[in-house]
Design a protein around this ligand. Structure first.
Ligand code: ADP
Ligand code: MG
Length: 238
């Protein structure tokens, strides 16, 4: 389960409306990428879905249930932050277990989930290290592990690779795509990088000043960009 629906969602900060009324359906199991230039509202939209920001109006439902007023921890979604959001003084094991300890989960279940995530992410040999003793890619995997253990209905990524170097970024893109294939859980991935969008997405949502310019598969957008903004941004020959 992991279908997310936005109905006439708007967001204003003070007098400034950064998201005009917006409708969007994200299908269960899809890898959806929000792409657009800096400041177009990608993070705001993701934070609205996560519940980290309140909508100004409109409705957000998850698997058919209205979650507009539900606090973030109760939405069943997991936000993956950049790797620098790890706790430097805690071991990898404790970093990954952190959300489960907060939820007061039973210790045996915590161990089971942490070990499962570590195995999926090739971190089993690193559980007793601290983040400072890991490579950038390993730290990013720990950040993802912290989301996996919650067994969320969807993963939300906000430019998770932007502070990694170019070579590592390519590798982590592949790892996240691979993880999506293995888990088949809904993923929403925010980036301003067209290449990332075109290579990772099942479905791309092109945003421009808070407005959805087009939604489609990478090939659909490439072949049939709706306007010059999409064509220019995606790099279509139009
Ligand atoms: P993106 O992630 O695409 O770069 P954001 O969602 O961060 O864009 O920002 C969209 C717009 O909303 C920008 O104009 C930004 O300045 C504004 N904005 C975002 N968060 C806040 C906030 N907490 N207070 C005021 N304005 C904000
Ligand atoms: Mg952003």
């Amino acid at each position: 389960m992991g279908q997310i629906q936005l109905n006439q969602v708007t967001k204003s900060f003070g007098d400034v409306q950064v998201i005009p009324p917006l409708d969007l359906t994200i299908e269960d199991g899809e890898f959806t990428v929000f792409v657009g230039p800096s400041g177009c509202g990608k993070s705001t939209l993701l934070r609205l879905i996560a519940g980290l920001e309140d909508v100004s109006s409109g409705m957000i439902s998850i698997d058919g249930a209205d979650q507009t007023m539900t606090p973030p921890a109760k939405r069943g979604l997991a936000m993956v932050f950049q790797s620098y959001a790890l706790y430097p003084h805690m071991s990898v094991r404790k970093n990954i277990a952190f959300p489960l300890r907060m939820a007061k989960m039973d210790q045996a279940e915590i161990d089971r989930r942490v070990e499962g995530a570590a195995s999926v992410l090739n971190l089993a040999d690193y559980l007793d290290r601290r983040p400072g003793q890991l490579s950038g890619g390993q730290r990013q995997r720990v950040a993802i592990g912290r989301a996996i253990v919650r067994e969320p209905a969807a993963f939300l990524f906000d430019e998770p690779l932007s502070n990694l170097d170019a070579a590592l970024r390519v590798g982590m893109r592949l790892e996240i795509s691979e993880l999506h294939k293995r888990l088949t859980t809904t993923m929403i991935y925010v980036t301003h990088d067209q290449v990332e969008a075109m290579t990772m997405a099942d479905k791309i949502v092109v945003l421009h000043a808070g407005v959805i310019e087009q939604v489609g598969s990478p090939l659909e957008l490439y072949r049939n960009p709706r306007n010059t903004f999409v064509a220019g941004f995606i790099g279509s020959p139009k």
